[in-house]
Design a protein around this ligand. Structure first.
Ligand code: COD
Ligand code: ZN
Ligand code: ZN
Length: 370
């Protein structure tokens, strides 16, 4: 069958909307009619060339949700008609980490930047007959996708897919960093630097975990207003204020118990470290571009402060468990998802959506398929 998709060719160039040939699902694969896909910064990092992928052309997009319309031989987890959220790290279930309950570190995560499906062949082909890769094995900027059944999480069909899609990446990434990696405790103090599509969910996670003080720092005023609506008790405009000095003021000079960096810049990781109290933890969420090879963390401050600096990927979450849990909290009104979608776009408007992201206009822009 044919599918229209947004194809990445060269760093620095806009995505090209093309009609591609899509093969039938092979063994262990499913075809999904995409309903919605969030415009996450990681796809933009590929477009900008700061996060290289192994091949081009490649269809980007990994924060997606849709409806299963066909299944290949041997598929057992999923059936036609199921509503699914796509997972940007597949869950093989049999590698050492999956068996140990750490599916966020599944051995198949290494496939994210490669392009082909798990059997090393391609399901997408362009008009010139070239194979087309799928970012994160997904390539969700496409009307239809064929993906491994290991990359989908079935969700109840009453959830609006244009908000459920966000749970597949940014929501679990930010929320999981707080509850699964750092383990924020009731009554504690939290700082989130960078309250975009990921950091905003760290703010929500801190609220749900019962933190007393939740400080959000960003360079865009509107993001700070949104953060306050989603649970931040204090906000810092990093364009005018010294983040560390303001955090010290807010916490009476002690610093926060838990700091999160959701931008991916060494300077802001340094600010998170300097803002943390004795025995506090710093959790780095963003994948920094590979040109950076060090972070400004004082070794003396690390020891005297007895601090912990750690990273997190996919919110250190088992997505198959966490995605339905977050959606259940959405049902209860505890987790805000509708508020995260600040603009919607058609597939043809994908580049405009990314321009808006770069300009700081959205918490999340979402592409909806008509
Ligand atoms: N100080 C404070 N805030 C800043 C600064 C600064 N110097 N610079 C930028 N910001 C703010 C922006 O205004 C924005 O609000 C926010 O930081 C960044 O948010 P977004 O919405 O632009 O980006 P996100 O939230 O989609 O993604 C950011 C990450 C860095 C977390 C993401 O790209 C990433 O690297 N994720 C890695 C984790 C992961 O699991 N990746 C795989 C798939 S995403
Ligand atoms: Zn993402
Ligand atoms: Zn695995």
């Amino acid at each position: 069958m044919k599918t229209r998709a947004a194809v990445f060719h060269e760093p620095g160039e806009p995505l090209a909307i093309e009609e591609l040939d899509l093969d039938e699902p092979k063994a262990g694969e499913v075809r999904v009619r995409m309903a919605a896909v969030g415009l996450c910064r990681s796809d933009h990092n590929v477009m900008a060339g700061t996060r290289p992928v192994a091949m081009t052309p490649m269809v980007l997009g990994h924060e997606g949700a849709g409806v299963v319309e066909a299944v290949g031989p041997g598929v057992t987890r999923v059936a036609e008609g199921d509503h699914v959220v796509l997972m940007f790290i597949p869950t093989c279930g049999v590698c050492d980490n999956c068996v140990a309950g750490r599916t966020h570190s599944c051995v198949l995560a290494a496939r994210i930047p490669l392009g082909p499906q798990l059997d090393d062949t391609y399901r997408l082909h362009d008009a010139a007959g070239r194979d087309v890769g799928q970012f994160c094995l997904i390539g969700a900027f496409s009307e239809h996708v064929v993906v491994p059944e290991l990359s989908v999480c079935v969700v109840d069909d009453h959830y609006p897919l244009e908000v459920a899609c966000l749970v597949g990446c940014g929501v679990v990434g930010g929320y999981g960093a707080v509850v699964n990696r750092a383990g924020v405790t009731p009554g504690s103090s939290v700082l989130v630097i960078g309250v975009g599509g990921v950091g905003m969910n760290a703010v929500q996670g801190a609220r749900i975990a019962g933190a007393d003080v939740i400080v959000a720092a960003d360079i865009v005023g509107r993001k700070l207003e949104w953060a306050a609506e989603l649970g931040a008790t204090h906000t810092i405009d990093a364009t005018t204020d010294d983040v560390v000095a303001r955090v010290m003021e807010i916490t009476g000079g002690s610093g926060v118990d838990f700091a999160f960096e959701a931008i991916s810049r060494p300077e802001t990781i340094g600010q998170a470290f300097d803002s943390t109290a004795r025995l506090g933890t710093v959790t780095v969420v963003g994948l920094t571009p590979s040109r950076y090879d060090a972070i400004p963390v004082s070794p003396l401050g690390l020891v005297l402060g007895q601090k912990t600096v750690m990273g997190t990927l996919y919110g250190t979450s088992n997505a198959l468990v966490e995605i339905p849990k977050v959606l259940a909290m959405y049902d209860e009104g505890r987790f805000k998802l509708d508020e995260l979608v600040t603009s919607t776009y058609s597939l043809d408007e994908v580049n405009r959506g990314y321009e808006h992201m770069v300009a700081g206009q959205n918490i999340r822009g979402v592409i909806t398929f008509g």
